[in-house]
Design a binder for this molecule. Structure first.
Ligand SMILES: [Zn+2]
Length: 489
């Protein structure tokens, strides 16, 4: 048996068997993007991770309601309580209405998600569309005595909350340590303690987005929107809350505090976090100038990229690492992913050409069992892929006459691919073989022929290949690892 579906719960710090609160219904909430710029790899990872979860839960016959929000107000620079709103700032720079910025980048985000074959969530609410719900939550927190007003702004009283509840239960941070962590803010703030967080902020002149409230003309704190929208669409307690690990603290910790203050319990049973993406071992950051947007990946127009890559290559590249591990981007790793994906696609196509034998030399259902076991184990996609590579090897062996499969088993093999690679991992077949990968494969073949010529001391042919390629502005470099080719230069 492939076992039961287990997921790693950040809250308990262990893998747990997934048991929904009210089967067959599953409510999942994932923090979506703040739409003030183009999506990059860091946005693709949570979208793909929770897409796999969404697909698998549906496969398991759950009735899933997947909510992923759009943050269009209240997210200030550096995730802080003071400073400029990311969207307002962009709008002012570009002389646009904030909602023009929101619409433009939301559309582009959707386009990128479609390219990556990420299924649409069932509900995609916006923070600005839920101001009333957010004001209502502030009122409740105030009633329960866990908020205070200061100069028209409302703050969450972390110290008071921590006397009854445990602030830091998700992130493992202690309130004493937080004092040190947030010291930079003290002195310039109207909060009682630097670790208190904003529920409602009075708008100053810089804030062009503001709404009336009982306390001031202002806007909601960033953490409040997810509490409000989660509650509105999934109820006071739902099954899964997900997001990137960078949101674990303070964002998710604050969401937990808000819910406990209001209802006395956590908002979600399972908390899931995908890890970060690094580039050449470094954190991605605007200041490091290593931010590559998804559109730049798809067009190849970025100085750090050797060439363009298809959206499916990005998706495959991400699935080759477990979602809880960090994933390091490099051109080499991306090419390796592209090659690996093409290999799987080629053997899938080869299935159509295989002739069924009377008997099979292997039990193909074992591969299905193993893939299921891997995905059941906290969505272990790299292991699923490893089993699919084994299956691809078997297909090639059958093609070479070194193994055999009955017609029935060839069909079962096709079904394993369909289920795992296409339905659950969401790889799309038609976009797999791009022109650039075709060029790569052809060049590999040409270099192989040249090497064979050299091996039999046929230097005339080897030279002919080199010169012929040079006329096309392609240059061969002989290295220790074999011949490499570059275009131009
Ligand atoms: Zn959120």
């Amino acid at each position: 048996m492939a076992g039961k579906f287990q997921i790693y719960n950040t809250l308990s710090r262990k893998k747990e068997v997934f048991e929904p609160l009210k089967p067959p219904f599953v409510g999942m909430y994932v923090c979506g993007p703040t739409v003030y710029g183009d999506a990059h790899l860091g946005h693709a990872r949570p979208a793909i991770t929770f897409d796999i979860l969404f697909r698998f839960l549906k496969y398991l016959d759950y009735k899933v309601r997947y909510v992923r929000n759009i943050t269009d107000v209240g997210h200030l620079e550096n995730d802080a309580d003071e400073g400029e709103d990311k969207i307002s700032k962009k709008a002012m720079l570009e002389q646009l209405e904030p909602m023009e910025v929101v619409k433009y980048f939301t559309d582009r985000y959707h386009e990128n998600m479609d390219q990556l074959n990420v299924l649409h969530p069932n509900i995609e609410p916006t923070a600005s569309g839920h101001i009333i719900e957010q004001i209502e939550l502030v009122n409740k927190i105030l009633e329960k005595g866990f908020a205070y007003e200061s100069e028209g702004s409302l703050y969450f009283d972390v110290e008071k909350y921590n006397k009854t509840f445990n602030y830091g239960k998700l992130s493992g941070r202690k309130i004493e340590d937080l004092l040190q962590f947030t010291r930079a803010l003290s002195g310039q703030s109207d909060k009682r303690n630097s670790y208190d967080f904003a529920l409602w902020k009075k708008a100053d002149d810089r804030h062009i987005m503001h709404w009336p409230s009982p306390w001031s003309e202002g806007y909601p704190g960033w953490h409040l929107e997810c509490s409000a929208m989660g509650k509105r669409y999934l109820g006071e307690k739902f099954d899964i809350h997900g997001g990137g690990i960078d949101l674990l603290f303070p964002h998710h910790e604050c969401e937990i505090a808000q819910s406990n203050a209001i209802s006395g319990h956590d908002p979600a049973k399972y908390w899931m976090h995908n890890n970060l993406i690094t580039i050449g071992g470094q954190k991605m950051g605007k200041s490091l100038n290593n931010f590559i947007t998804l559109n730049e990946f798809f067009s190849g127009e970025h100085e750090a990229l050797d060439k363009a890559c298809s959206p499916m290559t990005i998706r495959f590249f991400m699935l080759q690492a477990h979602y809880r591990s960090t994933l390091d981007f490099s051109n080499e790793a991306l090419f390796a992913a592209e090659k690996g994906m093409n290999k799987l696609m080629e053997s899938y196509r080869l299935l159509d050409e295989l002739k069924g034998s009377e008997k099979s030399s292997e039990d193909v259902l074992v591969f299905k069992e193993r893939c299921m076991q891997a995905i059941n184990d906290d969505l272990n996609t790299p292991i699923v892929l490893a089993h699919l590579f084994d299956l691809s090897k078997l297909i090639n062996q059958v093609n070479d006459g070194k193994a055999s499969l009955s017609s029935e088993d060839i069909q079962k093999t096709r079904e394993i691919y369909n289920l795992f690679l296409f339905e659950l991992l969401g790889i799309r077949l038609e976009t797999a073989l791009t022109e650039s990968t075709l060029a790569d494969d052809l060049m590999d073949k040409i270099l192989e022929i040249r090497q064979e010529a050299k091996n039999r001391k046929d230097y005339t042919t080897a030279d002919q290949i080199r010169k012929g390629l040079e006329q096309l502005n392609i240059h061969i470099k002989d290295t220790k690892e074999g011949a490499k080719w570059v275009k131009g230069k």
